[in-house]
Design a protein around this ligand. Structure first.
Ligand code: UTP
Length: 222
């Protein structure tokens, strides 16, 4: 069993849906699902951010803003549904667990306000005793310094839960910073000893390596 957190930035780019990417990604996970179960939790990306920006201007509260984000993740996840997958997008971790009991391939988005799809991926993994989550976004992994502020950054290949959590919390404390992993996701991984592999989802060959347990380019949190 594998759980994948697929960042919304890989689905949407500059106002357009990446149809070719969706097809290619789908082929890889469908192939994998012939021999093992796989759940893909899809993020919101640009569409979520646009709705949240407008909602904020209209004065909606944070709960409703999260709700808009969740709806965006579910729309994105719906693009992956096929006759090879569970036929709908589960709305909760419980529903995802039921879906995985009968289907090898499940696509879903967010669940409740207050966290991101990274945390949902870790909750599904925890609930299904899956020991590995692959996080795909448009960055290569965790760097030793914020890559938007520094040029001389180095990719960290291996990092402990404690150090990753510290970095995530420091990043969340600063305005408009965005660490690659949600702190709640790291906390769940730590308490259930779930390995998180973070890599750039644009390189699908690298993704295949990570999926098959081979050496990949990115960061491992353990
Ligand atoms: P994402 O999981 O895409 O959030 O959900 P993100 O990590 O902030 O976005 P990227 O990956 O950097 O593009 C989008 C938004 O939907 C809400 C949150 O507001 C989140 O920021 N959300 C999502 C929830 O409230 N609960 C969920 O379970 C999922």
């Amino acid at each position: 069993m594998k759980v994948i957190s697929l960042g919304g930035s890989l689905i949407w780019k500059r106002g357009a849906i990446r149809t070719a990417y969706i097809k290619e990604f789908h082929n890889i996970v469908r192939e994998y699902s012939r021999k093992d179960k796989i759940c893909v939790v899809v993020g919101g990306g640009e569409i979520a951010r646009k709705y949240v920006q407008v909602g904020r201007k209209l004065g909606l509260d944070e709960f409703l803003l999260d709700y808009l984000g969740i709806m965006a993740t579910r729309i994105n996840a719906s693009l992956f549904i096929s006759e090879d997958s569970y036929p709908t997008v589960p709305f909760s971790v419980e529903e995802a667990v039921r879906a995985l009991a009968t289907h090898n391939l499940v696509f879903m988005g967010g669940t409740e306000p207050g966290h991101t799809t990274d945390a949902v991926a870790l909750m599904v993994a925890e609930r299904t005793k899956c020991k590995e989550v692959i996080n795909l976004s448009n960055v290569d992994g965790i760097y030793d310094k914020d890559p938007r502020k520094h040029r001389d950054v180095k990719l960290i290949e291996k990092i402990s839960y404690d150090k990753a959590l510290k970095m995530a919390l420091e990043s969340y404390a600063g305005a408009s910073t965005n660490f690659v992993m949600d702190p709640l996701a790291i906390k769940i991984a730590a308490r259930s000893k779930i390995v998180i592999k973070i890599l750039n989802g644009n390189d699908l060959e690298n993704f295949k390596k990570a999926l098959e347990g081979k050496k990949f380019y990115g960061t491992t949190i353990r």
